[in-house]
Ligand binder design. Sequence first.
Ligand SMILES: [Zn+2]
Ligand SMILES: [Zn+2]
Length: 271
Amino acid sequence: MGVRIHVLGAGSILPRAGYGCAGYALVLDGSDDITLLDCGPGSIRNLAAAGLRVENVKRIVFSHYHLDHCLDLFALIFARRNPTVKFAHLSVYGPVGLRRLIEDTPKGLGHYAVDSDIEWNEIEMDARGFGRFRAAGMRFTGAANGHCGEAVSWRIEGPGGGAEKGSTPDWCLAYSGDTGDNPVVARIAKKADLFLCECSFAEEEAQPNHLTPLQAGRLAATAGARKLVLTHFYPSLRPEDAAARAADVFDGPIETARDGSTHLPDELPAE
Ligand SMILES: [Zn+2]
Ligand SMILES: [Zn+2]
């Protein structure tokens, strides 16, 4: 079973046409169900432009709770109050901090930010910094990456594998979330068919808690990822320049995300 990623937001919190706050819709072939990887401001609105229906959002998986990655959770909760649309049951997953987000936000936003029909799953990382869950036949493995206290990168293995030891999933994706240059990200993206990796600033503007194009490319090369998709561009970084720098250190195909772009795992070579 194949999978595709629709980019809902390929930028940062700073306004830039075509590059909204972080949000990605993961859709399995033959299914209308949507799994959102992060859900920053504008993600819900951009579902329509991607040809996706808001009522089909079945789960959200957060990488962390910086506002450019999570605020549209409450836009979705408010949308779900609309009596004319029949919404799917919604499950939300994220690292520690999710419960506080859910419980404390309504103190400011009021009952509009409450949805008692949503299932919350706060995923704790173990002593080694890894946490796991399964949903819709997919296996999610998170790794604490140090971008901020709770931040994790996610590895997502598709249906068709993982249940028995040694079995092979149909595909494997990795999503860096926001991260610094941390080797655990290469581990989480090991041999991923598609590695969706943040690439915030050019080398000359490098920040400790974000990646530059060269850092993203090196992580992809270390991981042995089959395809690199660069995203989370701040306004000063031109995506085409980022791809060119990353290509200095990563030999595989590189794509750049933009709001509305779609990305598929790299095809396995014919036997
Ligand atoms: Zn962040
Ligand atoms: Zn961010």
